[in-house]
Design a protein. Structure first.
Length: 429
């Protein structure tokens, strides 16, 4: 799905079509990447199910392969990861792979836990603000690891990790994942407080327990880990992707229609569903997931991002797009990452009436958007532009589609199956 040399890839979108049908929610990107890293912790054949076929999974597979850990598809969403004995794993995460994907930092914890050393490049990924890993290093240091930095790399060493009481400075998703994976093989008991509570963190903990780890307090802000000497290979099915579900919900809200979101779990996005209900989107539970229905213009509601169970920062670009055509005025506040409103200029190209003020976006809903060429700056911003383009009059081109492919399984095809006019294109340049 990545760009071909000499070509600019884009999604061509023709707006103005209500959506109808079934949208199968993919496996969670923010869960599977951490769970692939967790395969470092045990030798043998790991079986991961409901894995989304996205570019970030391919990149993580390349990163693991560079360490000697092989993965291959055994079905449409069944990934088999084969981890060799510890002596055959190369504990190096090189720049050329790490700079492509932020989640690569989570190989640090399992490498230190299993091998006692790790060298990783400072991580890259989406460009929307500084996201330091100091908190990761500080937390794992409390387990007995020592870190040094040189020439853009972080090197960690530990003769033996030992349990500790660790209070995270912030309930970071990746920070919690990293220290959790480091602690499962540590000697003694580790108590991690101020943990992230996202469903993806809980899913990782459940997978680790299925491998023989002893983690309690799952789903709460305090995790207790009783260290074990070794783990066994995983057999695990990834939870549905709540951000993927939010994208479909936003598309229904802006374009009207009725769609079944197969596999969507209401309990993973209660605050989002509450806000969408206030906007006027009708959402009801179904045995297969959720049904979303919209028959009229939505109404404006102000929204702020907060750590789970609050509104996730990844939800905000979709919500800003939805609010661009809602009736009334709204303020959207980003409390997690700085610099995440770069897509606002692109929404304005579609005719949105919105301005940024530091961590806030002031939005005055317009009756309709107009098609235009726009450019994705990151995964979620790109998806938001596609959703907005679906509701715009005329044709839009969403460039930078490679960003979207990093996190979504063939989004054009799945939206087209609902009646949206979206197609993948490329042009020579």
């Amino acid at each position: 799905m990545t760009s071909v040399a000499g070509q600019a890839n884009y999604f061509r979108v023709e707006g103005g079509n209500p959506l109808q049908g079934e949208f199968r929610v993919q496996g969670a990107k923010n869960a599977v990447l951490k769970q692939m890293a967790a395969t470092i912790l045990a030798s043998g054949e790991h079986h991961l199910h409901n894995v989304p076929r996205i570019d970030d999974v391919d990149i993580m597979s390349e990163l693991l392969l560079s360490m000697g850990i092989r993965s291959e598809w055994a079905g449409e969403d069944h990934l088999v990861v084969v981890t060799p004995p510890a002596s055959e794993i190369k504990p190096l995460a090189a720049y050329e792979l790490v700079e492509k994907i932020r989640a690569s930092v989570v190989v640090l914890g399992p490498l230190i836990a299993r091998l006692g050393n790790a060298t990783i490049s400072m991580p890259g990924g989406d460009d929307f603000g500084h996201r330091p890993i100091d908190m990761h290093l500080a937390a794992i240091s409390e387990l007995g690891a020592a870190f040094s930095t040189s020439h853009g790399y972080v090197e960690g060493k530990a003769a033996r990790l030992r349990g500790a009481n660790i209070a995270l400075e912030f309930p970071s998703h990746t920070g919690t994942d990293n220290v959790l994976m480091a602690s499962v093989l540590a000697e003694g008991t580790t108590i991690i407080s101020n943990c992230a509570r996202e469903p993806e963190v809980s899913d990782l903990a459940l997978m680790l327990n299925s491998m023989g780890a002893r983690i309690s307090g799952i789903g709460t802000s305090t995790l207790t880990v009783e260290g074990v000497p070794e783990l066994r290979p995983a057999q695990h099915s990834i939870i549905p992707d709540r951000i993927d579900a939010s994208t479909a919900l936003g598309a229904v809200g802006m374009n009207q229609g009725e769609v079944l979101l197969r596999g969507a779990r209401a309990e993973h996005m209660e605050m989002l569903l509450r806000k969408l209900g206030e906007l006027g989107l009708e959402i009801r539970p179904d045995a297969a997931g959720l049904v979303a229905r919209s028959a009229a213009r939505l109404r404006a509601v102000s929204i702020s991002s907060l750590p789970y169970p609050g509104i996730a920062t990844d939800f905000l670009p979709i919500l800003v797009a939805v609010l661009s055509t809602a009736d009334g005025d709204a303020i959207v506040t980003e409390n997690i990452f700085a610099g995440r409103f770069k897509y606002v200029d692109e929404l304005r190209r579609l005719g949105a009436n919105m301005t940024t003020h530091g961590h806030h976006v002031a939005i005055r809903g317009v009756a309709s958007l107009q098609g235009a060429p726009v450019k994705a700056t990151d995964i979620r911003a790109g998806a938001a532009l596609v959703v907005a383009a679906l509701a715009a009059e005329g044709e839009s081109r969403v460039y930078g589609s490679g960003h979207i492919d990093r996190g979504y399984v063939d989004l054009p095809r799945r939206l087209a199956e609902l009646g949206g006019k979206v197609e993948r294109c490329s042009e020579a340049h």
